[in-house]
Design a binder for this molecule. Sequence first.
Ligand code: ZN
Length: 368
Amino acid sequence: MTDSQVESAEQQKEVCTYDYGNSNVTEILGETTMPGSRIVSGLEFKTHNAKVFDFLTLLPEGYSLEKRQSLGTSFIDAVKKKLVHSEDRLVEGGFAPFFSQPGAFLELLHELGHIDSIENAIKARNPKSDQERESIAEELMKTEDERDAWAYAVKMLRKLRAEGINLEPELDSEAKIAQSVHLGGHRTLEKRKEPDFVPHKPSENVTKFLKENPNADWKQALNFVLDNYPQVVKGELVWILEGGAAVYLLNTARADNPDDVDIVTKSEPMAKDFTNTLTFNVDTTDLWCRFRRLEPSDRITNLLFSHHSPVDFMGRKVEVLDSVALTASKTIPWQGFAPQRQKDKTDIVLLSAPQDEVKELVTELTRK
Ligand SMILES: [Zn+2]
């Protein structure tokens, strides 16, 4: 770069800051790609306790974020591999600047939720032109994919909250989340004339439980799952407890009380029953893989489901992911996050799994 090029790049840069609930957002706008469109070269989220999170780390490899004027909706540009956010968003009562009201980050997470299925469809059909690539992406934008992308967004939000990064501080109840998803769903489907969008809802019994126990702790939540979803059906293990609750049950010396119930299941209907909730995180093995950027396969499902151990929970037997698999899952980067966050380090020590077995399992899980 010559001096004048450096200068013009500097001139182009624009730093915007927004108050977002009890947090702050800093967006850095860079290069102009076409009139009204600029690359977002930084999107930093700073929580009330000064934890900083770089949103761009969530973008898959090869993708960038762009801000575009006057489109009125966020979307994935499959040809240019861009997550595009609009100047404004639909909120209760009209439109508002993008980062001015709750739900903006949930909307971005929703768009991220489309990328994998778009990329998979493109890979499967090997398009010869940009136009073909675009029409493959467009075909995918059906109601069902919309619902899945919202479910993905809520899961992602919940996972980040568990890391101390609360991207939506004002969406602090199941009801507010549901409302935001509902509005967003209407908005994304408006163009396609499907105004009857209904997001995936948790099943009736799950909804009833959440209504009756708005502050349910992990023990109540786990008892509910055990009461309603047998772990073993016809001799086959259907779901396994993982995450903080599993670590806690394997070693009650864990100082942090688990704040949620994480489950990996072979049953898609079971996972659907708990969709768009914050109290339960029930992932199919496919989604479990996707969050770790692994290619889902029967091989991985079988690997996971061969690593479990029975523990006692209030006099009931629960199968949890064993210490080797829990350690392995904490070693594999989650959505591109650098592994070994402090909480994970502490958990890995508590689990004290044989290192060679962990290494072997990580190799098996990440093998292409
Ligand atoms: Zn969408």
